[in-house]
Design a protein around this ligand. Structure first.
Ligand SMILES: *Cc1c(COP(=O)(O)O)cnc(C)c1O
Length: 366
């Protein structure tokens, strides 16, 4: 008789549910017998502009080197990041997407008997990482769909190792000001590490949004995670980075896989980082699309959660039914059942014509 290896997995792992990603276009095309080219995917907060031509050129150049291992230290990319943000390369850790970094952080500082504090309606990877390490979850109720930082500070106890803060938050698109964040950090004990997930920071234009790398000088228990998957348009390549104290970076480096970021990804993200025109265009496309969707929601009498990210949550009643009807129209958006937001759909901002296809389909199915 064969063993049940699921039962032999560590207890944390046995309690896990797999992450549910946005449905891939080809899967929906197969299931519903639709032409893949006619499908609009607004489900995974991807950049609708396509990759930077400079990133594509960099990949082309690097292809001839595929037999070689990548530069495990990520020297070129780290140097460029350090220069751009006035940091030391020793503060930077590269990851296979910022999810890799969130996972590395969990593996370094979580364990059975310890806990992680995070908000209701925040990114699904925080509970997954916490659960996988057998640590306890301290989920703090959200306030107006966003993080209630005073309540999160109050939830910290002597077994707390990590606090996850997403700014802006996914899936709700809410954000925290520099003042709110500073007040919070002043209340966090210095032995508790605060993980500030800034996957969408490049989209935010609010004056009061923090320049978080500056906060690192005042709060050495802070680690900031960013990504090339969203505004930089390289989700498929999997590149993220964290900025922290040197001591934290050196700890992460002990468990990081030596070649966790591949060479095509390193070269492409370096090129994307330097393509400021591309980044600006991403922000402009996003602002226009956000306005387009907000206007349509108001016309349809639907309420939505104001968002500073590249996505927006709209309240549609029975979200599962609306989602299924939209799929039949060839529109993929994100139902938020895993977040217990049963009445909302999350829509990633697309190109103007994609947004319009979604709006027309939504009007039809409602
Ligand atoms: C998309 C996203 C990330 C980035 O994931 P990658 O692994 O870098 O692609 C991280 N945090 C949040 C909140 C996100 O929405």
């Amino acid at each position: 008789m064969s063993c049940d290896f699921f039962k032999l997995a560590n207890e944390g792992v046995q309690g896990l549910m797999p992450y549910q990603p946005g449905k891939p276009v080809d899967e929906v095309a197969r299931e519903l017998n639709l032409d893949p080219d006619s499908i609009v995917k607004l489900a995974s907060n991807e950049n609708p502009n396509g990759p930077s031509p400079k990133a594509l050129a960099a990949i082309q150049q690097e292809l001839a080197e595929l037999t070689r291992y990548p530069d495990g230290s990520g020297y070129g990319l780290k140097t460029a990041l350090a220069k751009k943000f006035d940091l030391s390369t020793r503060q930077i850790t590269l990851g296979n997407g910022s999810n890799d970094l969130l996972d590395l952080i969990g593996r370094c500082w979580l364990a059975p008997g310890r806990n992680a504090v995070y908000s209701e309606y925040s990114f699904a990877v925080y509970p997954i990482t916490t659960q996988a390490m057998g640590a306890e979850h301290k989920v703090v109720p959200a306030k107006n769909w966003g993080h209630d930082l005073p309540a999160m500070a109050a939830a910290i106890d002597e077994n707390t190792s990590l606090v996850f803060v997403a700014n802006p938050n996914n899936p709700t698109g809410t954000w925290l000001s520099e003042t709110q964040l500073r007040e919070f950090m002043q209340r966090v004990p210095e032995n508790v590490l605060v993980v500030l997930d800034e996957a969408y920071s490049e989209y935010v234009s609010e004056q009061a949004y923090p320049d978080t790398f500056k906060l690192l000088n005042d709060f050495p228990n802070l680690i900031v995670c960013r990504t090339f998957s969203k505004a930089y348009g390289l989700a498929a390549l999997r590149v993220g980075y964290s900025v922290s104290s040197v001591a934290i970076a050196e700890t992460l480096n002990r468990i990081r896989q030596p070649f966790n970021v591949n060479s095509l990804a390193l070269e492409a993200s370096l090129a994307a980082l330097e393509d400021e025109e591309y980044l600006q265009q991403s922000v402009v496309t996003n602002q226009a699309g956000m306005l387009q969707l907000e206007t349509a929601f108001r016309e349809l009498g639907l309420s939505y959660i104001p968002s500073v990210g590249n996505f927006i949550c709209v309240e549609v009643g029975d979200a599962e039914a609306v989602n299924n009807a939209l799929l039949k129209e060839g529109i993929i958006v994100r139902p938020l059942r895993p977040y217990r937001m049963n009445e909302h759909l999350r829509i990633s901002i697309g190109l103007p014509e994609e947004n319009q296809r979604f709006i027309d389909a939504l009007r039809k199915v409602l």
